[in-house]
Design a protein around this ligand. Structure first.
Ligand code: ARG
Length: 443
């Protein structure tokens, strides 16, 4: 049976069901590469502090390097009966170097390890998300370029509002995802993995020994590891996890809104878009169906991602300092959200290039005269009519067209003159076109 890292003061053995219940090895093994890195730095710090001989540290580092290579090759198979990753690493090392492995944990705590591991995990995945968002933005850029000046319908309150370009729609999402990217790069700027906090109170290993060990392990300071200056905070802090989950929740909200736009615009009721078949599904009963399932899954994933953020916020609320076992429960929500968001970004970047506009349907919808109300009012404003008055005149025109069952563009000049002398059928017809609107905009 796997050996525990503790137990000397206990006279009875742990309840088997509790042991199984409290185990984390089945998910924290995900952090193995970072935990081995912690061990490498710690062994070097112990050597620098004179607590391990050069021969001992060499043997341990060699075994740790072999373990690192196994992990890299996907060959890390910890005993599932281990309590956690940290115990698994020590027990695997013991198989390699014998009792020398018992020195690995000198003046070290799993509280320090797990806080270190999790921050490195978050930083690495923030970078990966950043890169995937870059690819997604490129996909939006290409779509926007394909439909650069194609007019489209803009909505507020899900009611037809004004003419826009389809590229404006793409740009809106590119901007949202651009802000998500910025949040991720800012995140990497200030989230710094720490080491050397002991259980909560620091240890007698000098900071200089750790600092030297960090330099030796990461000479270019790519990982930006620091020696813990506030140990009590380090072992208690899960801000990095909450913050990454918050960034993911905002990003997921953007994904969800985009998905909803795609679902709505591809319905027979709107019918503006054709979605790529490779990401749609059919019905087992209704032969005609083409369902936007990927978009529905992306829209629905907001429940999971926001839930994961909220679950951790609630877990941490009111927790006394410093480390508490409650914190073990941060991992599953974090891993689940990170994997989900990364997968969503991959799918989305491949989906976006396949979107096609149904330009004939859109052109027909753009004949709706209400879409040009603002432009008519604006024309009057340029003729020195106060905006409120212009607003009322256009409102009157719309009411007249509805009550008289006549299109605004069909109202004869004689009747138009009663609304305002500057209005003529010819003028209104020229204003009420998508081309006029797009040419008149400052963007
Ligand atoms: N499995 C624990 C976690 O994920 C590791 C730290 C455990 N520390 C302890 N003193 N039991 O938080």
């Amino acid at each position: 049976m796997a050996k525990k890292l503790w137990g000397g003061r206990f006279s009875t053995s742990t309840d088997a069901d509790f042991e199984a219940f409290s185990r984390s090895i089945h998910y924290d093994a995900e952090l193995a590469e970072y935990d081995v890195l912690h061990s490498v730095i710690h062994v070097r710090a112990l050597r620098n502090a004179g607590l391990l001989s050069h021969t001992e540290s060499k043997a341990l580092l060699k075994a740790l390097d072999a373990l690192r290579r196994d992990i890299e090759a996907g060959a890390f198979r910890p005993d599932p009966r281990e309590e956690d990753l940290h115990s698994a690493v020590q027990n695997l090392l013991r198989e390699q170097v014998g009792d020398l492995a018992l020195k690995l944990h000198t003046l070290r705590s799993r509280n320090d390890q797990i806080a270190f591991d999790i921050k490195l995990y978050c930083r690495k995945n923030a970078l990966e998300m950043h890169e995937k968002l870059r690819m997604l933005s490129a996909a939006y850029g290409e779509l926007a370029a394909r439909y650069e000046n194609t007019p489209f319908l803009g909505y507020t309150h899900t009611q037809r509002a004004q003419v826009i370009r389809f590229s404006d729609h793409c740009l809106a999402y590119a901007e949202m995802f651009g802000r998500d990217r910025k949040r991720l790069s800012d995140y990497r700027e200030h989230v710094r993995p720490e080491i050397g906090a002991g259980a909560l109170a620091g240890t007698s290993i000098p900071h200089a020994s750790y600092a030297e060990a960090i330099r030796e392990t990461d000479p270019e300071n790519r990982l930006e590891i620091t020696v813990s200056a506030a140990p009590l905070d380090h072992v208690s802090d899960r801000d990095a996890v909450i913050e990454l989950l918050s960034i993911c929740a905002i990003l997921q909200t953007h994904i969800s809104r985009f998905a909803e736009d795609m679902i709505l615009y591809s319905t027979a009721e709107f019918d503006y878009l054709d979605l790529p078949e490779a990401f749609c599904t059919g019905s087992s009963l209704m032969p005609h169906k083409k369902n936007a399932d990927l978009m529905e899954l992306l829209r629905g994933s907001a429940g999971n991602v926001c839930g994961d953020l909220v679950s951790l916020l609630v877990t941490l609320k009111g927790l006394p300092l410093s480390y508490n076992r409650d914190m073990q429960l941060d991992k599953e929500p974090l891993f689940r959200t990170v994997k989900l968001v990364l997968a969503e970004l991959d799918q989305l970047a491949r989906f976006v290039p396949g979107i096609r506009l149904k330009e004939a349907v859109i052109a027909k919808a753009l004949e709706d005269e209400h879409l040009y109300g603002v432009e008519i009012a604006e024309y009057l404003v340029h003729r020195d009519v106060p905006f409120k008055e212009a607003h009322d005149i256009v409102g009157g025109l719309i009411r007249y067209s509805e009550t008289q069952h006549i299109l605004i563009r069909e109202i004869p000049d004689t009747e138009l003159a009663a609304f305002h002398p500057a209005l003529s059928q010819e003028k209104l017809r020229s204003i009420m076109t998508p081309e006029y609107v797009i040419d008149s905009r400052n963007n």
